[in-house]
Design a binder for this molecule. Structure first.
Ligand SMILES: NC(=O)C1=CN([C@@H]2O[C@H](COP(=O)(O)OP(=O)(O)OC[C@H]3O[C@@H](n4cnc5c(N)ncnc54)[C@H](OP(=O)(O)O)[C@@H]3O)[C@@H](O)[C@H]2O)C=CC1
Ligand SMILES: O=C(O)[C@@H]1CCC=N1
Length: 268
C-alpha cells in the first residue's frame, strides 16, 4: 500500500502518526510532501522513517491513496501538482473542510473515486471521531474504513452532513480546549497561581475523560453524582445555566457549521 499526503501539517501528521503507532501501515508505505517547509517534513522522515519527496511524478507513481491535507485555500496549487500525474487506480481522500467532492473532481479533472474525511487531531492518540462520505464510484469502502479506524472511530454520512460533523468533531476538540483554557484562567481569578491553575485543570480534564471512557453512565448521571441538593455544585450549575451555556454552545456550533457551508460556496 502506498499512501501519499499532500500536506504534512497538524491534521496530516496526527493521521499518519496515529496510523503508524497503531501498526496499520509501515512508515515506508507513507509518502509526504508539503509546499515549502522541508525541515518540518524531514523531521518526520528522520524520526518516523516515512518517505519525503517534492517530485510529484515519483510521489504519485503507483499510489493507492492520495490524502489531500492542505488548507482549502491551497487546494488549487495542490491540484496543479497532482493533475498531470494522477493514475486511474489512485483513490483520493480529502480532509479539507468545506471542499466538496464535485470541486475536487473539477480541480483534479478526474473520475477517480473520492472520499471526504472529517477527522480531528485526536487521531494522534487513535481517538479521532471522523465523518466519511464517498463519491458514488468509491470501491473498497471497507478498506478505507479500516485504514481510518486505525486512528479512531468513523461515521459514514451524506456529504451535506459534513458541515455539521466539521463543527461537532472536526472543530469540536478546539472548543473543549478553549473551555479548559478559560477554566484555568477563572481559577487564577479565584486566587490560584498559573502553575496551580493549569495543574488542577489538566488533571480535572484527564480524570473526567477517564470517567467518560470507563463509566457506562450518561453525562447527566455523572453530573448528578456530584451534585448535592443545595450544595456547591448546584450553585455553580445554576450560574452556568443563568449565563446561557446551552445557547453559547449552540451558537458556537452553528457558527462553525455555517463557515463550512461558506467555504463550500467559495469554490462554486
Ligand atoms: N487541524 C485540524 O484540527 C483539522 C484540520 N482539517 C483540515 O485539514 C487541512 C489541513 O489543516 P492543518 O493540518 O491544520 O493545516 P496546516 O497549516 O498545519 O498544514 C497544511 C499543510 O499543507 C501544505 N501545503 C500547502 N500548500 C501545499 C502545496 N501546494 N503542495 C503540498 N502541500 C501544501 C503545507 O505545507 P507547508 O508547511 O510547506 O506550507 C502544510 O504541510 C485543512 O483543509 C483543514 O480544513 C480537518 C479536520 C481537523
Ligand atoms: O478550523 C478549520 O477550518 C479546520 C476544520 C476542522 C478543524 N479545523
Amino acid at each position: 500500500m502506498k499512501i501519499v499526503f499532500y500536506g504534512a501539517g497538524n491534521m496530516a501528521s496526527a493521521i499518519f502518526i496515529g496510523m503508524i503507532e497503531n501498526n496499520v501501515v509501515k512508515p515506508d508505505q507513507i509518502y509526504l510532501t508539503s509546499r515549502s517547509q522541508q525541515e518540518k517534513i524531514m523531521f518526520f522522515k528522520e524520526n518516523l522513517g516515512v518517505n519525503v519527496s517534492y517530485d510529484d511524478a515519483e510521489l504519485l507513481d503507483g499510489a493507492d491513496y492520495v490524502i489531500l491535507a492542505s488548507k482549502p485555500q491551497s487546494f488549487p496549487d495542490v491540484a496543479k501538482r497532482i493533475r498531470p500525474h494522477l493514475e486511474e487506480k489512485t483513490k483520493i481522500v480529502s480532509v479539507m473542510a468545506g471542499t466538496q467532492i464535485k470541486t475536487i473532481r473539477r480541480e483534479l479533472k478526474t473520475e477517480n473515486p473520492i472520499a471526504r474525511l472529517m477527522p480531528n487531531t485526536n487521531a494522534m492518540v487513535q481517538h479521532s471521531v471522523s465523518g466519511i462520505s464517498y463519491s458514488e464510484n468509491f470501491p473498497d469502502k471497507d478498506e478505507l474504513v479500516e485504514l481510518m479506524e486505525s486512528f479512531g472511530t468513523t461515521v459514514v454520512v451524506e456529504e451535506d452532513v459534513m458541515h455539521n460533523i466539521t463543527a461537532a468533531t472536526g472543530s469540536g476538540s478546539a472548543f473543549l480546549y478553549y473551555i479548559y483554557e478559560k477554566y484555568a484562567e477563572s481559577l487564577m481569578e479565584l486566587g490560584f497561581d498559573e502553575e496551580e491553575a493549569l495543574f488542577l485543570t489538566r488533571n480535572l480534564v484527564i480524570g473526567a475523560g477517564k470517567m467518560v471512557e470507563d463509566s457506562e453512565l450518561p453525562f447527566s448521571q455523572l453530573r448528578k453524582n456530584i451534585t448535592s441538593k443545595h450544595g456547591t455544585t448546584e450553585a455553580g450549575l445554576n450560574a452556568l445555566d443563568g449565563e446561557g451555556i446551552k445557547e453559547i454552545l449552540t451558537a458556537t456550533l452553528n457558527a462553525a457549521a455555517n463557515r463550512s457551508e461558506e467555504l463550500s460556496q467559495d469554490d462554486e
